[in-house]
Design a protein around this ligand. Structure first.
Ligand code: SAM
Length: 271
C-alpha cells in the first residue's frame, strides 16, 4: 500500500500553510503586485498556494516557487493546468539558500518560511538579493502576542528562529531598511481555521482509512498538534504579514558630504 505524505494531507483543506484566510491572501497580493508583467518569487513556497492565486488574478504575471520539499508540487501543477496558468509557473525543489535567480523578482514572498534562512535578518538579506530595485517583499512571520510559558517558547523556538512582540518585530524590519506599505495581523478566526483544517484533515483521512499502515501515525500526529496548539500557543503566538518596499537612502544632510572642491577663481584671459 502506498505510504501517504502526512504534511500534504494536513494541508489538504487549507493549502496556504499559514494562518491566513483567502480574502487576506488576495488583498496582500493585490498590494504587492504593482505591474501587470510582474515576476514573483516565493522562497519556501510549500504547495505554491500563493503563486497560484497571484497567477490566476494576473494574466501577465510569471512565478517561480522554491521549496526543499516537493510534496505538494504534483497537485499544484495539476491545479495550475486546470486554471490555465501552468505555462507561467515554475516549481523547483531546492534549498532556498542555494537558489540563484536568473532574473530579479518584482515580488518576493517569504511566508512562514523565514526559518529556511535561519531567521528574520538573513531572510530580509536574501529577499534584498533577489529583488528588483523597486520590488516588493511580502513577509509573513510569527511574533508573540503575549509572553509565552517557557515550555511553549522552547517548543515554538526549537528551530533557529526567535520571536519578539509585534512592535519589536516590525521595528527590526524597519531598521533593516524596509518601509511597510501594507500589513495584516492574523485573527484568531484565521488561526482556528488553519489549525482545525490541519488537525481535521489528518483525522478525517485516518478515520476513512481504517486498514492503512499510516493510519495510527496520522492520528498521533493530529492529536499531538491539537494539544500543542490548544494547550499551548493558541492566542499566544501571532502571525504578521508585511508588504514591504526598500527604504530609499536618506539624502545626506547639508555639509556632511565629502569636502566640496574650492570655488573656481575668476578666469583671467590673457591676451
Ligand atoms: C510553513 S510552510 C509555508 C509555505 C508557504 N509559504 C505557504 O504560505 O503556504 C514553510 C515552507 O518552507 C519550506 N522550507 C523550509 N526550509 C527550507 C529550505 N531550506 N529551502 C526551501 N524551502 C524550505 C518548507 O518545506 C515549507 O514548505
Amino acid at each position: 500500500m502506498e505510504r501517504i505524505q502526512l504534511s500534504a494531507l494536513a494541508h489538504a483543506d487549507h493549502p496556504i500553510a499559514a494562518p491566513v484566510g483567502e480574502g487576506t491572501a488576495q488583498r496582500l497580493l493585490h498590494h504587492a503586485i504593482r505591474r501587470p508583467d510582474a515576476h514573483v518569487l516565493d522562497l519556501g513556497c510549500g504547495e505554491g498556494a500563493w503563486l497560484l492565486r497571484a497567477l490566476e488574478a494576473n494574466p501577465g504575471v510569471t512565478a517561480v516557487g522554491v521549496d526543499v520539499s516537493d510534496e505538494g508540487f504534483d497537485r499544484t501543477r495539476e491545479l495550475a493546468a486546470r486554471a490555465g496558468v501552468a505555462d507561467r509557473l515554475e516549481l523547483r525543489r531546492q534549498d532556498v539558500a542555494a537558489y540563484e535567480s536568473p532574473r530579479p523578482a518584482d515580488v518576493v514572498l517569504s511566508i512562514g518560511a523565514a526559518y529556511a534562512f535561519g531567521g528574520l535578518a538573513p531572510t530580509l538579506a536574501a529577499a534584498r538579493r533577489h529583488l528588483a530595485e523597486d520590488g516588493v517583499l511580502v513577509l509573513g512571520d510569527c511574533f508573540w502576542e503575549r509572553e509565552p510559558d517557557p515550555a511553549v517558547r522552547a517548543e515554538m523556538e526549537s528551530g533557529p528562529q526567535r520571536y519578539a512582540d509585534l512592535p519589536t518585530t516590525v521595528s527590526h524590519v524597519v531598521d533593516d531598511g524596509w518601509t511597510p506599505v501594507h500589513g495584516h495581523v492574523s485573527t484568531l478566526a484565521e488561526w482556528d481555521e488553519y489549525e482545525w483544517s490541519w488537525v481535521g484533515s489528518l483525522n478525517r483521512w485516518a478515520l476513512d482509512h481504517p486498514g492503512h499502515p499510516d493510519r495510527d501515525q496520522a492520528l498521533r500526529r493530529a492529536a499531538a498538534h491539537r494539544e500543542t496548539w490548544l494547550g499551548g500557543y493558541r492566542g499566544v503566538l501571532g502571525f504578521v504579514l508585511l508588504v514591504l518596499r526598500p527604504t530609499p537612502a536618506a539624502p545626506a544632510p547639508a555639509g556632511s558630504g565629502p569636502a566640496a572642491p574650492p570655488p573656481a577663481g575668476p578666469t583671467v584671459s590673457r591676451a
